[in-house]
Design a protein around this ligand. Sequence first.
Ligand code: SAM
Length: 341
Amino acid sequence: MNGGHGAHSYVKNSSYQGGVLEAAKAIIEEEIATKLEISTNSFCLADFGCSTGNNSFPAMHTIIEAVKLKYKSSYLKTPEFYVCFNDVISNDFNTLFNSLPSNRSYEVAAVAGDFHGRLLPPSSVHFAYSSWALQWLTEVPKPAVGLHSPAWKGGKRLYGVKREEVYEAYLNQFEMDLESFLKCRAVEMVKGGIMALLIPALPTYWDPRKEFTVASVIELLRSSLVDMAKKGRLSETKLDAFNFPYYIPTSEQVWAILQKSNSFCIERMEIMKSGTLLTVDGHVACFRAVHQNMLTHEFGAETIDESFDTLKKKLRTSPVYANPSNDKTLVVVAILKLKNV
Ligand SMILES: C[S@@+](CC[C@H](N)C(=O)[O-])C[C@H]1O[C@@H](n2cnc3c(N)ncnc32)[C@H](O)[C@@H]1O
């Protein structure tokens, strides 16, 4: 979305097997070449929600190489680069540090903590990056608790809360969380710097009988847990109280929230097909990596293998997953800059 065009006029296919970065690479490179307005000897990047680094290292490399080019073409001395890797305190930072690329041209620091709060000094970050992390919510919204309990009948809950209210509550929580994230980054970023956000998104309409999205895999994981609870393999009471703490927005919702920001303006926003082209095994591996800790904490380590085996069976028996190109998941790539206020 450039200069306020309709959200879906820019859907492109990244046709990439290894992640979402390739979808955004050209955009990030172009934006650095044309919009970065920073002249410094020490350039600081921060990756918010970096996980153990697999996808973060190539992203930081792409950004740094583009900044080096920009400095070279402006006859400026190449700065020193510093990367702050942020994730939650329980993240496996040891794995990240043990797998740092040996030929990297930057110094590193770990910044452990919730990115909805302040993490870095004021005016210290020249490039802020976050990929596939902002869908995580700070909490499950209240009306969602018990959403999957037997008390739900035909889309209506027996205590007066409607399913639509639950989705509304998730969207509100997503909006509040994204606003908190932006407010904190507004303090931490240097004027003239760039923020690139890669956020998974759902198309407004898709046919679940023929197509799937990341949201469908989440539903199947939930239904795997329900099967296990029915067999007495995990606690039904715990499952009833459990909901995944994330929200996958539509691109229109992301646009609406970002353009309300008092601190940032949208320089560019494009909607890409995620293009990850995952096989069934790929989906299971990816979901296991992301959810294992959370589900171990909720239901116990002994439930994990069976939960993901059940998910694999469900994916295999669903014809929709036979062809990876049925995946309609989108990625919003939003490039933001601080407003001149
Ligand atoms: C799906 S992974 C994405 C990892 C990586 N950025 C990528 O593109 O592959 C999401 C990461 O965001 C992190 N995360 C979620 N909520 C967070 C928060 N509030 N503060 C910091 N990190 C968070 C998770 O711990 C997880 O490592």
